[in-house]
Design a protein around this ligand. Structure first.
Ligand code: CMP
Length: 153
């Protein structure tokens, strides 16, 4: 098992697509380790996307990412980073394959519905912007035996 980080972006949240995206993630075998809805300040967005600060689209990206609430989450699955990037699809929704999240919910290169980390190291760095260690759940707590114990009391 490994972990990755995702952001459901402002266009997907405001279009009411959060539930359907979480359902696609669950259907693909991802378990949630942490999740919250937040509004990014300009400073938050500039720090999160600092690697792109010299790119021509940086200002547009920061404006968009601060335009409304986002849902941030840590996801667990085998081969999590690569599996999520496949499910998310090409950065440009117009080039994303059928069945991918960006193909279904993306509207443009900027309004592309979802972010997915591109390596294990970047995933850890990215989720540290949003989650303290005690907010990240061990999915062992999901084992059905915990429910059985409660029922047998
Ligand atoms: P994301 O996966 O969040 O990582 C960086 C984001 O920058 C990317 O999704 C796009 O939304 C955005 N982006 C990348 N390339 C461009 C571009 N050429 N024009 C506008 N936005 C871009």
């Amino acid at each position: 098992m490994s972990r990755t980080f995702t952001i459901i972006k402002p266009n997907a949240v405001s279009n009411g697509d959060t539930g359907q995206i979480l359902d696609m993630l669950a259907t693909a075998g991802f378990r949630l380790c942490a999740m919250k809805m937040v509004c990014l300040s300009r400073n938050d967005a500039e720090r999160f996307y600092a690697v792109h600060k010299d790119r021509p689209f940086f200002r547009r990206l920061v404006l968009f990412m601060t335009s409304g609430p986002v849902v941030v989450a840590i996801l667990e699955r085998e081969n999590a980073v690569e599996s999520l990037r496949q499910l998310v699809g090409n950065t440009d929704p117009a080039k994303a394959a059928e069945g991918t999240i960006r193909r279904k919910f993306g509207e443009s290169l900027t309004r592309n519905a979802i972010h997915a980390s591109d390596s294990d190291a970047n995933a850890r760095e990215e989720w540290s912007h949003f989650f303290a260690p005690e907010e990240i759940m061990e999915t062992v707590y999901w084992l059905p035996c915990s429910a059985e114990k409660i029922d047998s009391d």
